[in-house]
Write a protein that binds this ligand. Sequence first.
Ligand SMILES: NC(=O)c1ccc[n+]([C@@H]2O[C@H](COP(=O)([O-])OP(=O)(O)OC[C@H]3O[C@@H](n4cnc5c(N)ncnc54)[C@H](O)[C@@H]3O)[C@@H](O)[C@H]2O)c1
Length: 388
Amino acid sequence: MNAKTVNIAIIGAGLMGREIAAAIQRWPALIDHPVRPRLTAVCDINPAALDWFDEIETVTTKVTDYHDLLADATIDVVYVAVRHDLHERIYSDVISAGKSLLAEKPFGIDESAALAILDAVNAHPESFVRCSSEMPFFPGAQLAINYVLSGALGTIVEARNSFLHASDVDVTKPIGWKRQNKYCGEAGVLNDLGLHTWHVPLRLGWAPETVYGVLQNIVTQRPGPDGALVDCDTWDNAVLYSWASHDGVRFPLTTETKRIDAGQKNTWVFEAIGLDGGVRFSTKNPKLVEIFTVVDVPGGGKEQVWQQIDVGSQSTWPTVTGHNFEFGFSDSILQMWAAFLAEREGKLGDRFSCVTPQEAVATHAIYLAGMKSSATGIACSPEDDLKQ
Ligand SMILES: NC(=O)c1ccc[n+]([C@@H]2O[C@H](COP(=O)([O-])OP(=O)(O)OC[C@H]3O[C@@H](n4cnc5c(N)ncnc54)[C@H](O)[C@@H]3O)[C@@H](O)[C@H]2O)c1
C-alpha cells in the first residue's frame, strides 16, 4: 500500500510531547495504514526540552517560538501539549494557519476558551481538529463499547466511567502548574482528567440532562519552588452523578475523576449494567473484560454470572503485534493517532474515532454544571451552561 506522508510538528516538548514522538516511531507496527507520519519539527520555550528530540532522525527543525512552525509550509499536522491557559491562543493560531490539530484536553482552560477555539474550527474547515483521549482505545474498552452498542444490556440500570490517580496522596509533591487554577483552570481535576471519563459516555449518546457534583479540594497547600508552602487551589477529586438516557430509558451515570484515590495509577474504569447484560473493564487489569449474563448451570438451574474474557492486543487499527500479547498505555496513544490520521484522510470507516471539538466543548458545560451543583447542593443542567 502506498501510504501518504504527513509531516507532524509538536508544540510542547514535555511529558506528552515526548510520548507522542515515541509513539510515532512505532508506526510500522500498524498494518496498511493510509498515512505515514514523519515527525519533522518540535517547539518548546525551554531549549533544554528540545535536546531529547535529537534521538529522532526525522526531526530537522527545533524552535522556541511556535509561530516559526506555523509559517513552515511543509508542516501538515500539529500536536499541542502545553498548559491549559495557553490552549486558546495556540490552538486558535494553529487552526488559523490552516494546519490540522490534535489538541490536548481540556481543549481550553474553560468553556469560553473552548467556544473560541470552536469558532476558529468553524472558520477554518481546511483544518482537521480533534482532541486527545486515548484510554478508550484499549481493546477491553473497545469490547465494552461494542457490547453496549450491540444492545446486549437490555433495559439499562446504571453506568460508570472513572479515571483515578493517587500520586497526590503525597503532600510533599511540589505544586506544578496542574495544581494551580490560574494555569489548570477552575475545574481543576475535571480539566485534567474529565475528558477521559466523558469521551465514551458522550459517544454512546449519554449527554447528561442534569449533574449533581461532589467536588473536594483535599490538599490546600503544597511546596512551592523554594520549598515553602503555597496555595494549591485546584479541585483534587470530583464525582459527578448525572441522569442520562439510553434507548429512551433514564439511568444514573456516575463519572469520577480523582487525583487522590489510594493506590491508583492512571486507572480508567468503564461499567454498564442492564437487566439482560452487563460489561465492565478497568485498565488496572488490562486483559480482562467481564460480561454479566444469566446462564443455565448444568444440574444447577438458572444463575447470574460474571464471565471473564481475556482480550488480546488488537484495538481499532490492526497491528503486527501477536493477537494474544498484552496492550498498554503507549499502544493506546499509537491507536489514537492511527484513528486521528486515518479520519483526517477520510479512511477511518466506522472505527472508533477521537474526541470532536463539539464533544470537547460539551465537557466544559458538564464541568460548569458540576461545579455549580457542588457549590449550591442542587443538581444543574449542562444545557443551561452551553451558551451556543
Ligand atoms: N492525554 C493524556 O493522557 C495526557 C496526560 C498528561 C497531560 N495531558 C495534557 O497535555 C498537556 C500538556 O501536559 P504535559 O503533562 O505534557 O505538560 P508538561 O508541563 O510536561 O509539558 C508542557 C511543555 O510545554 C512547554 N511550553 C510552555 N509554554 C510553551 C509555549 N508557549 N510554546 C511551546 N512550548 C511551551 C513547557 O516548557 C513544557 O516543556 C495538557 O493539556 C495536559 O492536560 C494529557
